[in-house]
Design a protein around this ligand. Structure first.
Ligand code: SF4
Ligand code: SF4
Length: 416
């Protein structure tokens, strides 16, 4: 059992972080037994089939660096960088190696100076108002017809922007309201919706579905305009995320809500780890934090029935949902509420699809190979649609013309 299990999903066993650290053993990097049980879960090992691309070899490199204060060679650095940070090696490890925490610490200490472009990207992610100002320009660019000639010119490649540009989709330009009243006569409570940075602009469909369902089952929904990015992209690239974290904790704690709800599991995994940061409001925040799938499942009123359908849906389980939040079963249980819907899991759900946060941009060749594997398993299901609770995976897999929706979008369409 980890500290996450003690606090995630409105569960509070009354332990503080200090209590936890003193009661539970936290393995060090040199505690890896090298048993190899993690190998079959590691996407980079599945691609390269070499020891250097295994979790245990990465842990050995981390041990050398963190515990023995030895420098890391260029080759070792390359293999560390190839890690998708999917954390699939954690739940299968008999030694309970906290690979993610060890990796993050190593990343932090090894952080390279940022390029101008990377600095701009991190700055934009952190500054909501400027991001918003950029969206009409993006929409204009997508409409203008200059996309094709610009791609052909090779200019985007020169600027290292080709991968990011290929993923662009139409952004939402309208601003979400700060408050959505309950649609029921009696209000059950007040919840806050975490919109994230990219989902706010590019996955409005899911956010609107969340608002529709939450208000339909009797909740008032608050969308605080001062919320910021969860900090995941900064954290996983060795950049400081403390200000973003502190801001979110203050903004949501000030509202004294019944729950703080997220729709993208990539954001949710980061938000659920706020308690590991030194912030006095973090435990209160984490106690209220919950995935929209869990919230709807736990609070769905018996009297609300959904329309039947004869669709078949394949479920993609994002790594952050399987390995950090560990709540992927909520999706299957929630979809059972739609009469007639056939739901099938993907055969290789235990392996990352290649998206890996910003990995799809930094390691496009590896990411594409993993995506091809995932697409083959999706097509093998012969499903009408794919569902995933993480916008990053959806964006990455969407390239191939699949119909991909968040589970709650499927539910909202079936509301009577
Ligand atoms: S499963 Fe755990 S103990 Fe075994 S090799 Fe992998 S990291 Fe080491
Ligand atoms: S986090 Fe994922 S890619 Fe990295 S070592 Fe673990 S299983 Fe492999």
């Amino acid at each position: 059992m980890g500290f996450d299990d003690l606090h995630y999903g409105n569960m509070d066993f009354g332990l503080t972080q200090d209590d936890f650290n003193s009661k539970f053993y936290v393995p060090a990097a040199n505690d890896c037994m090298r048993c190899g049980l993690c190998l079959s879960s590691c996407p980079t090992y599945s691609l390269f089939q070499i020891e250097a691309e295994t979790p245990r070899q990465r842990i050995r490199t981390i041990d050398k660096f963190l515990n023995d204060n030895q420098p890391i060679t260029t080759e070792e650095r390359k293999h560390l960088d190839n890690c998708l940070q999917c954390w699939a090696c954690e739940p299968v490890c008999p030694s309970k190696m906290a690979y993610g925490a060890l990796f993050d610490e190593t990343q932090r200490q090894l952080a390279r100076p940022l390029s101008l472009l990377a600095k701009l990207a991190f700055w934009l992610i952190a500054h909501k108002r400027c991001r918003k100002m950029l969206m009409p320009l993006l929409a204009l660019y997508l409409k203008s017809g200059i996309q094709k000639p610009l791609r052909k010119s090779g200019f985007l490649k020169k600027l290292n922007l080709a991968e990011a540009e290929a993923l662009l989709i139409k952004p939402a330009l309208e601003i979400l309201k700060a408050h959505y009243p309950s649609k029921c006569r009696e209000t059950c409570g007040q919840v806050g919706l975490f919109t994230g940075c990219l989902t706010d602009h590019f996955d409005r469909v899911t956010l609107n579905a969340a608002i529709e369902l939450l208000t339909a089952i009797g909740y008032e929904v608050m969308v605080p305009s001062k919320q910021s990015c969860c900090g995941a992209i900064h954290q996983h690239n060795g950049q400081p995320a403390d200000q973003l974290i502190a801001n979110n904790i203050d903004v949501y704690n000030d509202l004294n809500l019944d729950a703080v709800i997220f729709t993208a599991t990539g954001c949710g995994a980061m938000l659920s780890e706020y308690h590991t940061f030194d912030n006095p409001g973090a435990i209160t925040f984490c106690d209220k934090l919950i995935d929209v799938n869990d919230f709807l499942l736990n609070n769905w009123p018996e009297e609300i029935k959904l329309k039947p359908t004869n669709l078949k849906v394949a479920v993609h389980e994002p790594c952050n949902q399987r390995n950090v939040l560990k709540n992927q079963q909520a999706v299957y249980k929630l979809l059972e509420k739609i009469p007639g819907l056939t739901v099938v899991p993907l055969a290789d759900n235990h392996l990352c699809c290649g998206a890996g946060g910003s990995y799809m941009l930094t390691h496009p060749e590896n990411a594409t190979e993993l995506r091809v594997k995932r697409l083959n398993s999706i097509y093998a299901t012969e499903a009408d649609k794919l569902t995933t609770s993480n916008f990053g995976c959806s964006l990455f897999l969407n390239n191939m013309g699949l119909t991909i929706e968040h589970p709650i979008k499927l539910l909202s369409v079936q509301l009577q």
